[in-house]
Design a protein around this ligand. Structure first.
Ligand code: PEP
Ligand code: MN
Length: 357
């Protein structure tokens, strides 16, 4: 797939506006206060997909008229979330500039197909948020459905993933997945929705900086004139002045430099890294060799593969060692789980050799 840009070449791309359109005044005041912040696109949800019924589900069609006023009065392009063919029709009628597909919709191929069918024949740009669960193919699948409907101006938004683990984030970012998308589709613009990743104001700036450092093309941020009284996602929204301040403090770094000294030093570190990576793989292979030998012994004595006590003790000891050595507890835990899973798979293979295969 070859995509066309949704935005002009200005970087970073800035998208901001309230989580939800609540009243005409709230939408217009927020928009007017954002003028001059360098925003390419003003966002506001008209139809809100809420986790549980009874919460504020959006003002509906009347809000499209408010977005039209935003366009007329500020000159900013506007975007809103669509989840059905009917939403698409209405947005096209009201001249919404860009549509976005939310995380709870990307996850459902029937819904994405319905939207793609409704969009066929139009060339309106569409932003596709990642699905709620970290499924790369499902995300790409949504892009393919739109592409097959003839759309080319498509960009993606990384808004993090639902997780049942405790985390400082509302939706845990999987930076690598966005980087993979960029690698597979180099002309795809990749935006980071810091608000839905963080779920809280105090870590928005550090998360935005991280997105910049990873060379995301831009940010989507929820901005509200009075965030504390917002009808949805109050904890993560910020005021227009705070937004301007945050954007002003972010540091945009260059992708590379042609300074020979810089290049020489980077090259040195990289070749060292390559060596360390090779060592890592060799070490893990050695571990697996031992694991297979243990498997043989267990097989002879008919002992179970999984030894929960032993794994718990090992995890405990290594987590402490990792944290002492400046590794995050989250990383150590993920790493050990992956190693342990591979060990179990290898032992299972030993146990069943000659029976299954
Ligand atoms: C939103 O942008 O307000 C929204 C509902 O986002 P998401 O689909 O990422 O949850
Ligand atoms: Mn929101």
């Amino acid at each position: 797939m070859k995509f066309l840009p949704v935005f002009d070449s200005t970087r970073p791309i800035l998208i901001a506006g309230p989580c939800s359109a609540e009243t005409e005044e709230q939408v217009l005041q927020t928009a007017h206060q954002l003028v001059g912040s360098g925003i390419q696109l003003f966002r506001a949800g008209i139809w809100k997909p809420r986790t549980r019924p009874g919460a504020f589900e959006g003002v509906g069609t009347v809000g499209l008229g408010w977005l039209k006023r935003v366009k007329e009065e500020t000159g900013m392009r506007v975007t809103t979330e669509v989840a059905t063919g009917q939403h698409v029709q209405e947005c096209l009628q009201y001249g919404v500039d860009v549509l976005w597909i939310g995380a709870r919709t990307t996850v459902n191929p029937f819904s994405v197909q319905e939207i793609a069918d409704a969009l066929a024949g139009s060339d309106i740009p569409v932003l596709v948020k990642n699905p709620v669960n970290p499924d790369y193919k499902l995300w790409v699948g949504a892009l393919e459905r739109l592409y097959q409907a003839g759309l080319r101006r498509i960009a993606v938004v990384h808004r993090g993933f639902s997780s049942y683990c405790d985390s400082k984030y509302r939706n845990v970012p999987r930076w690598q997945m966005a980087i993979d998308l960029k690698q597979e589709f180099p002309d795809l613009e990749v935006i980071c929705d810091i608000s839905h990743i963080c779920g809280r104001r105090d870590i928005l700036q550090e998360t935005a900086q991280k997105a910049y450092d990873l060379d995301f093309d831009g940010l989507m941020t929820e901005v509200h004139i009075t965030p504390d009284t917002a009808w949805s996602d109050a904890a993560q929204q910020i005021t227009p002045p705070r937004y301007q301040e945050m954007i002003g403090q972010l540091v945009r770094r260059n992708l590379t430099s042609d300074d020979p000294e810089f290049l020489r030093r980077i090259e040195q570190f990289r070749s060292e890294l390559d060596e360390v990576d090779e060592e890592l793989i060799n070490l893990i292979s050695r571990r697996m060799q031992l694991v297979r030998q243990i498997g043989e012994v267990k097989k002879q004595k008919n002992i179970a593969v999984l030894q929960p006590e032993r794994f718990r003790a090992m995890r405990e000891a290594l987590s402490q060692r990792g944290v002492k050595n400046e590794l995050s507890a989250e990383f150590v835990s993920l790493f050990l789980e992956a190693v342990h899973q591979e060990s179990i798979n290898q032992q299972e293979r030993v146990m069943h050799a000659g029976t299954r295969e």
